[in-house]
Design a protein around this ligand. Structure first.
Ligand SMILES: [Zn+2]
Length: 202
């Protein structure tokens, strides 16, 4: 579920739709939490879909650390990538605002954390555009992304958190332990999916 203070808007023919803030969303706000209404597909289930369904699922889903394709039921699936995103997936499993987002501003995300299997050319037009998404981005930028997340998490307790109640209890506990200094912050590396390698050993 995406943050309630957002709406879907048409951006352009090339980009299609995007998600925009309807009110200011401060740094440290949890902006997306996977919820029970989201659709999860295993790779086998994905491959059983028709070609048309696969194209849609491929466009609108992300692949999580278990290799599951997650298709959000709400407009969260329309959030576009930006190489300087204002939100990002965290090792805790939710997404967070990396800086203050103004009302009317587009919500953007780091697709480098979505386990893309092959390089994808980018047309974000951002200042420091990487030009393409690459499967290796996850490892290459993990430390940089963890630092950005750490700086946002500092504000987590001080801002309104409408999605807090749908966070699983264990995740709430993990984040509270981290903020009180008794737990650690899991790196975004935990979001990396490692496909099972077929073993030839009997
Ligand atoms: Zn870019």
């Amino acid at each position: 579920m995406i943050h309630p203070d957002t709406e879907l808007k048409f951006v352009s023919e090339q980009i299609g739709f995007g998600v925009f803030a309807t009110k200011d969303i401060p740094k440290g706000t949890i902006t997306f939490v996977k919820d029970s209404l989201d659709i999860e597909l295993t790779e086998e289930e994905f491959l059983r879909l028709s070609q048309m369904e696969q194209t849609q699922a491929d466009k609108f889903s992300y692949i999580d650390e278990r290799g599951m394709r997650v298709l959000s039921w709400d407009h969260g699936k329309y959030v576009n990538h930006c190489c300087e995103p204002n939100t990002m997936s965290t090792g805790f499993g939710f997404e967070i605002a990396l800086r203050d987002i103004k009302a009317g501003e587009e919500i953007t995300d780091e697709y480098g954390l979505f386990n893309i299997p092959v390089p994808i050319p980018l047309a974000c037009g951002c200042e420091s555009c990487r030009g393409e998404l690459h499967p290796s981005d996850h490892e290459v930028y993990a430390d940089v992304w963890d630092e950005k997340i750490r700086s946002a998490l500092v504000h987590t307790k001080d801002v309104s958190q409408p999605l807090w109640e749908i966070l699983p209890a264990q995740k709430r506990l993990d984040i509270m332990n981290y903020l009180s200094g008794t737990g650690s912050m899991p790196s975004v590396r935990v979001l990396k999916y490692y496909p099972m390698v077929q073993s030839n050993l009997a």
